[in-house]
Write a new protein. Structure first.
Length: 133
């Protein structure tokens, strides 16, 4: 009788116990680096953990995720193998840092903002929109 309940629950229990937790970033540079690395790796859960969850960021992240999922496996591997190349990391004030970077696969530069809200550093993607204007 007990086997009927325990055996079907094993996959669920394993998934809950193996659920990865992500560390809170210590500073803006840490938040930016973790977000960028997760983005290059296609680790959507980890990248979204470091993302400031407003509607614009969610929309931009969903678009990025969709574009990344449509890449062939070889191109995804090239992004996973790429190094982050910081170009300019500049604190604008005590709660906002501008983080400009490229990666070793695609040399295009991208600028994101890292913002501190309620003591936590999070990535704000809206700066990408400002760069396209």
């Amino acid at each position: 009788m007990i086997k009927k309940f325990i055996i079907p629950a094993i996959p669920f229990l394993l998934s809950v116990s193996c659920k990865q937790s992500f560390k809170q970033p210590e500073d803006a540079q840490d938040a930016g680096r973790e977000f960028i690395r997760a983005s290059l790796d296609g680790d959507y859960d980890k990248a979204s953990f470091y993302l400031y969850p407003d509607s614009t960021n969610k929309m931009l992240f969903a678009k990025w995720k969709q574009d990344h999922e449509h890449l062939d496996h070889e191109e995804q591997k090239k992004y996973r193998d790429a190094d982050i190349l910081p170009v300019n990391i500049r604190a604008l004030n005590d709660s906002v840092t501008s983080y400009t970077y490229a990666n070793s696969y695609k040399k295009d530069t991208t600028t994101i903002r890292i913002i501190r809200i309620n003591g936590q550093w999070q990535v704000d993607l809206k700066e990408i929109l400002n760069g396209k204007q």
